[in-house]
Design a protein around this ligand. Structure first.
Ligand SMILES: NC(=O)c1ccc[n+]([C@@H]2O[C@H](COP(=O)([O-])OP(=O)(O)OC[C@H]3O[C@@H](n4cnc5c(N)ncnc54)[C@H](OP(=O)(O)O)[C@@H]3O)[C@@H](O)[C@H]2O)c1
Length: 260
């Protein structure tokens, strides 16, 4: 199936590793140009190299940025418009939120994690929307997380940020409708990225890691970043033109429920 992404331009936040990296590689293989941003320059350059190898002649722009900073958000979008000509697609993906016991997580941790995972997404969307509105076209994909669908005492910060982003995605879709901008959310379950490996190794407590991974989903494995990257590419594409204001779960069946 041709996704129809050839010639499109996309900003992918957190595009140097994990899910964002997989999405960037899929986009260039489909003929799109990408701007990837993250804090670390080395990983950005490594991913840009991999993207150019995956798709000869691919246009890949790297911008080091810390998206907890409003100035960096503005700079990333301005660079996207300057280098790519316009921004057809925004993938809000850079985020992480720490687990922890409620009584041991201080204000600073809540604020820091919300700065990236919630306000980073809100600010990027607010910065990019006027450019998309001018074209009367665009797609915003928010990569959120199933922690927002299943409240748990040990993952309150991430869960609360994700729940807020599920709400934000639907509200932003209503706003986007006025400007020709489509908005969708994705709720990944456990996906085998560096981040999941780190959490799992820290919390395994001597248990066999393969068994821990197998217990994560009814499919007896975590997802692969490429599986989420492919979903992001599809949802960003004209093939998904009627999917708007929806939050879509990709979790190997780990969160059965009527929503998502
Ligand atoms: N993996 C999972 O199981 C899972 C499950 C549910 C939801 N998610 C969500 O999916 C998204 C991607 O997760 P992932 O597992 O692919 O993460 P990852 O492998 O840790 O990659 C995170 C990416 O974000 C960048 N980043 C981190 N902090 C940043 C900051 N302050 N400013 C700019 N970029 C920053 C990282 O690069 P630098 O560190 O160099 O900045 C990296 O490129 C996140 O929003 C996460 O919450 C993941």
């Amino acid at each position: 199936m041709d996704l129809g992404l050839s010639g499109k331009t996309a900003i992918i936040t957190g595009g140097s590793k994990g899910i964002g990296r997989a999405a960037a590689l899929r986009f260039v293989q489909e003929g799109a140009s990408v701007l990837i941003c993250a804090r670390g320059q080395d990983a950005l350059e490594e991913t840009a190299g991999a993207a150019r190898r995956a798709a000869e002649g691919a246009r890949v722009v790297t911008v080091p940025a810390d998206l907890t900073r409003p100035d960096d958000v503005r700079r990333v979008v301005a660079e996207g418009v300057r280098t790519l000509g316009r921004v057809d697609i925004l993938v809000n993906n850079a985020g992480s939120a720490r687990p922890g016991e409620f009584l041991k997580v201080p204000d600073e941790a809540w604020q820091e994690d919300f700065q990236l995972k919630f306000f980073g997404y809100v600010r990027m969307a607010r910065e990019v929307m006027p450019h998309m509105a001018r074209e009367r076209s665009g797609v915003i994909v928010n990569v959120i997380g199933t922690g927002g669908l299943r409240p748990s005492a040990g993952y309150m910060v991430g869960g609360a940020a994700n729940a807020a982003l599920n709400h934000f995605t639907k509200a932003l879709a209503e706003e986007g409708s006025k400007h020709g901008v489509r908005v969708v959310g994705i709720n990944p379950g456990p996906i085998l990225t560096e981040r999941l490996q780190l959490f799992t190794e820290r919390s395994a407590g001597g248990r066999n890691l393969d068994e821990v991974y197998a217990r994560m989903t009814p499919l007896k494995r975590p997802g692969q970043p490429e599986e989420v990257g492919d979903l992001i590419a599809f949802l960003s594409s004209p093939r998904a033109a009627f999917i708007h204001g929806a939050n879509i779960t990709i979790d190997g069946g780990a969160n059965p429920g009527l929503i998502g």
